[in-house]
Design a protein around this ligand. Structure first.
Ligand code: SAM
Length: 323
């Protein structure tokens, strides 16, 4: 039975989320604040395994099952009346938000790496970030690539090396504990449920559907398993003559600190280029980390060296002064 301290710990996490989510999703901010003050919902959450109590997972599961509740009272009612299905969803699924817009920050650094490129994405979710060459871009209004269904607009500050064209990608390999298949209706519905309601929701859903169609038309190789354990298997799939690029975005906060360190050590020892877009400090040497590993911005690093701050869901890139 969860005690008062357990409930308070869960409530604290939801109060913190209410503050962090306010701009992007006023509704999720309000729901999180309501959860923090609802002992019955807190008891339900505290009864779930550690790592399965997060607001993003609760709200994603509610959205997936029957849509987002309009207010805290409706949420409390849903949690009580539908607790078995909710518990099962929150136990079976994890937060796997896949955001193609993150490619707008990857593109400038991928363009600096000599190709052709073999992309190996660890924590790939459904693989939408493995197709930076199939999307079109505009940086402060300057177009890159012929216009595509997935068009990513990005504002820049600092001397961002905006490329003239798109990289030549000859292989795409994704590794994930539980890779999602965009061709499977349940997986696509889960990805859609993870998009927060708010001012950007309609655009993000449109982009998700369009990127999913790109992936479905030319699926990547997906390897099931842990990023440390499957990395060498992925590397073995790189065609001769291609430059292997290990990349990851929004993954390392989910990985325990000792495994994270092991992964970083492993990548550093391999003959690969390495592009990471993660919360500050998740790759050593990229700043002081925020609680939980997330923060108001991501740090883009190349071969472990920080080069830019970027928007967590894409949309801006701020190039750091280089030594
Ligand atoms: C938030 S999603 C990010 C997906 C994608 N990289 C993006 O930025 O759109 C994080 C993904 O990392 C995966 N993941 C977490 N820990 C992992 C591990 N140890 N090994 C492989 N994948 C992992 C999760 O299953 C999830 O699909």
């Amino acid at each position: 039975m969860p005690d008062d301290e357990d409930l308070e710990r869960v409530a604290e996490g939801y109060r913190a989320f209410a503050g962090e989510a306010a701009a992007e999703s006023p509704l999720y901010s309000a729901l999180a604040a309501a959860v923090a003050g609802d002992p019955a919902v807190l008891r339900f959450l505290a009864g779930l395994p550690q790592g399965r109590r997060a607001p993003t997972l609760l709200f994603g599961a509610l959205a997936f099952l029957d849509g987002v509740p309009p207010d805290g009272a409706a949420l409390g009612e849903r949690v009580l009346s539908d607790s078995d299905r909710l518990r099962a969803t929150m136990t079976d699924r994890t937060t796997q938000t896949n955001e193609a817009a993150r490619c707008a920050a990857l593109l400038p650094v991928l363009a600096l790496i000599g190709g052709p490129l073999a992309l190996i994405e660890v924590g790939t979710s459904a693989g939408l970030c493995l197709y930076p060459d199939r999307y079109s871009y505009s940086y402060d209004g300057r177009p890159v690539g012929a216009r595509q269904q997935v068009h990513l607009s990005c504002t820049t500050s600092g001397p961002v090396p905006v490329p003239e064209g798109l990289p030549d990608v000859v292989a795409r390999v994704g590794i994930d504990l539980d890779a999602l298949d965009v061709a499977e209706a349940g997986d696509l519905a889960w990805l859609r449920a993870l998009v927060w309601p708010g001012p950007a929701q309609a655009e993000r859903l449109r982009r998700l559907d369009a990127a999913a169609a790109v992936v479905a038309g030319d699926p990547p190789v997906l390897l099931a398993g842990d990023l440390v354990e499957r990395l060498l298997d992925a590397l073995a799939l790189v065609p001769a003559g291609a430059t292997p690029v290990v990349l990851h975005t929004a993954v390392l906060p989910y990985v325990a600190a000792d495994r994270r360190a092991l992964f970083v050590e492993q990548v550093r020892g391999l003959p690969v280029r390495w592009v990471a877009q993660e919360g500050a400090g998740m790759v050593s040497g990229t700043g002081k980390s925020y609680p939980g590993g997330w923060g108001p911005y991501f740090v883009l690093s190349v071969d472990g060296r920080p080069v830019a701050r970027t928007a967590p869901h894409g949309g801006w890139i701020d190039w750091l002064p280089q030594e």
